[in-house]
Structures are given as C-alpha cells and as structure tokens.
Design a protein around this ligand. Structure first.
Ligand SMILES: NC(=O)c1ccc[n+]([C@@H]2O[C@H](COP(=O)([O-])OP(=O)(O)OC[C@H]3O[C@@H](n4cnc5c(N)ncnc54)[C@H](OP(=O)(O)O)[C@@H]3O)[C@@H](O)[C@H]2O)c1
Length: 255
C-alpha cells in the first residue's frame, strides 16, 4: 500500500459495523492497517465483522451498543481505548430511515430518525473529539447521504438529519482544525445493503433511480472504501469540512 494511505498504527471506531456500509468500511479500514472497534446492537453480526477482520490478520474488537443511548458515546470511546490502546479515526455510519411523507411524519418517527442520524452522530463526535483534540490528531468521517445535499423523495426527517450532519461536520472542522482533527463527510447515493434491499428489488424503482444516475448503476460497497481510507489517512491531512458525494454523478445531474 502507498504509505500515504497506510493506516497501520491507527485505531478506528466504526458505528453500524454489523452489516451494510459500516461492515464494508470496517473491513476496508482494517485492510488498510487500522485496528477497528466495530459497534452495533447485534452481537452475532458484529462477531462476523470481527472474525472476517481477524481471520485476514487484522485486529478488531466488537462493542455492543445502542449509540442513541445516553452515555453510550463515552462508553464506546473508553472501551475502544482500553481494548485497542488508542483512538484516531471515527466513522459515524449508523443510520436509519422511515420514508413517510411530510404530512404523515409522526413525532416518534421524527425523533427516532434524528436521534440516530444526527444527535447520536454528534455525541459520538464529541466523545471522540475530546480525545482527538487532546492528542492533537484525529479523523472523523460522517456518512450522510446525497439526500443531505439535494431534496429527495426519501423523507423530510432523513433529509434534514443528513443535511444537519453535513453542516455539523463543517462546524466541527472549523472548531477542531487547530488541533489537527479533520471532519469530513461522505454522501452516498444508492448501495445494496439490508437498508435498501427491498427498494432495490423493485425494478421500476431501480429504473427511476438509474434515470437520475449518469453512471447508470447503483454503487458497489467497495466503492465507498477508498473515499473513507482517503479521509482517514495522511493523504487527506489538509482536507477538512468537505463533502464527497459517492453517487455515480447523481448530485451534479441537472436534467
Ligand atoms: N445503503 C444506501 O444506499 C445508503 C445511501 C445513502 C446513505 N446511507 C447511509 O449509510 C449508513 C449505513 O447504511 P446501510 O444501508 O449500511 O444501513 P443498514 O444496512 O441498515 O445497516 C445499519 C447499521 O447500523 C446499525 N445501527 C442501527 N441503529 C443503531 C443504533 N441505534 N446503535 C448502533 N448501531 C445501530 C445496524 O445494526 P443494529 O441494527 O444491529 O444496531 C447496522 O449495523 C446510514 O447512515 C445510511 O443513512 C446509505
């Protein structure tokens, strides 16, 4: 591996690492040399992620946690440092959506989406950021969505949360740059995961998506790994507050 992208000696927390995008990013960061604390609520899924990393010669530790619970962020950061010896990278990936139309959104739906997609991501960043600012090194990567950049029919609570996550990243980058802590965002378009599998099984829906996608296909999970390694690595040492859309050109497509 080119040394600019080498994460050997670094420790990363990846939330939502039991399946989907988080699992791919945890494995990808480990392949680049990082030790990984894999976080989600489901032990057997985390065990699969950890065993895939360790059987390939990497180092990983499972942390079963609901990131929306009060105090969870500090516990996850503490356990990562205790078990893996440090903390250098945070990937805020855990997220969810409920696609209600604006007139139908309930208070419970709004709270459950914003709690996970925005509030929990902030308190994870705050807990990790305290360590990172103190040690004058850190890389925070937030997984938003193209739905945080442009208005999509994926629901107002999700779009507002992901737009908030993008702007939160910018403000954190402003406050923490002086301590060499960068904060960047990846905004994916459609990728096949348990979250999207029902939608992407509907060929009419897929045709509508692809009509808006210059590359004419959905993304492969592997195509999110390189951008995450870039933001996590020395290659991106002077890059902060940025949003990288990994979207087959969708967000730049006017008509
Ligand atoms: N897939 C796409 O096309 C797409 C596109 C744009 C953006 N995104 C974003 O990418 C991220 C990952 O999406 P995905 O498609 O991989 O989702 P997914 O398949 O539903 O996986 C979500 C992961 O987050 C974990 N999680 C959910 N709630 C949690 C909580 N309260 N505490 C801790 N972990 C929790 C889940 O594990 P447990 O349920 O076991 O906790 C799971 O490991 C999300 O932020 C999503 O908004 C996805």
């Amino acid at each position: 591996m080119n040394k600019r992208f080498d994460l050997t000696g670094k420790t990363a927390i990846v939330t939502g690492a039991g399946r989907g995008i988080g699992r791919a990013l945890a494995i990808g960061l480990a392949e680049a040399g990082a030790q990984v604390a894999a976080v989600s609520r489901t032990a057997d899924e985390l065990d699969q992620t950890v065993s895939e990393i360790t059987s390939a010669g990497g180092s990983a530790h499972a942390i079963i946690a609901d990131v929306t619970e009060s105090g969870a962020a500090r516990r996850i950061v503490g356990e990562t440092i205790d078990q893996l010896g440090g903390l250098h990278i945070l990937v805020n990936n855990a997220g969810r959506n409920i696609r209600s139309k604006a007139l139908d959104v309930t208070e419970e739906e709004w709270d459950s989406i914003t709690d996970l997609d925005l509030r929990a991501a902030f308190f994870m960043a705050q807990a990790a950021g305290a360590v990172m600012c103190d040690q004058k090194y850190g890389r925070i990567i937030n997984i938003a969505s193209v739905g945080g950049l442009v208005a999509l029919r994926t629901g107002v609570a999700y779009g507002a949360s992901k737009a908030g996550l993008i702007h939160m990243s910018r403000v954190l980058s402003l406050e923490w740059s002086k301590w060499n802590v960068t904060v960047n965002t990846i905004a994916p378009w459609y990728f096949r995961t348990p979250m999207t599998e029902k939608l992407l099984a509907d060929q009419q829906y897929v045709d509508e998506i692809l009509a808006q996608t210059p590359m004419g296909r959905v993304g492969e999970l592997e195509e999110l790994v390189g951008p995450a390694i870039f933001f996590a690595s020395d290659a991106a040492a002077y890059v902060t507050g940025q949003v990288l859309a990994v979207d087959g050109g969708m967000s730049t497509f006017g008509f």
